[in-house]
Design a protein around this ligand. Sequence first.
Ligand code: TMP
Ligand code: ASP
Length: 242
Amino acid sequence: MEKREELYIGKAKSVFSTDDPDHYVMVFRNDTSAFDGKKKAQLDRKGMVNNKFNAFIMQKLMAAGIPCHFEKVLSDNESLVKRLQMLPLECVVRNIAAGSICRRYGVQEGLELNPPTFEFFLKSDPLGDPMVNEHHIISFGWATPAQIERMKELTFQINTILKPLFLSGDMLLVDYKLEFGVVVDKNGNGELVLGDEFSPDGCRIWDKNTREKLDKDRFRQDLGNVVESYEEIGRRIGVKFD
Ligand code: TMP
Ligand code: ASP
């Protein structure tokens, strides 16, 4: 597999084309950002930690029948993935209130959401990732009604797989963000699959007993030991980092 052109430079990852038109290489960089890119830093080893964390989670999800773009780990900070046409949406499931939902609706952080709630956001840093509803998505053509239903179905299914996984390491999966894309075939349509990544950069995970924040809120709120904490989450669920 030959890595070729850098096609996309995100805030924490880059995507490269390869000699195979159906596959890309996803590179996890040490760059860390929050608040739509307004806060930035370089964190040693974060690329490696997130690459291995993501591979572990994607393999768990695929073993449980969730279609994912992940193929295999190529190096410490690179993975091979299927080429997707990404939908410009972020799917968030929340088991416990934290972050923007507390600010928006004036609810206390830590409130249990039963049943878990779901939100769509438009992926746009210049607009600050605004929350959007299903009518917006259809009217603006960001996804079809069938894709909306499938994204919700898969995102909730993933909750039933990952909540117990984190609980087995005495952790609470507070919320998480997923992005989906389509494996486009010759006719321009195809299967909806989970793309992007699942790492402590895009979810909230608390220690079950102390409620200590172990995820990217450590970076957002200057709590320190960001990468060490990501590794601690990984170790508790069986991720191997060396
Ligand atoms: P929020 O509380 O800021 O709306 O975020 C909810 C969860 O989704 C949290 O775990 C962070 C994650 N998230 C991202 O990783 N990137 C994003 O652009 C957004 C909107 C949320
Ligand atoms: N909105 C997310 C955060 O606050 C992602 C980002 O802006 O980079 O971390």
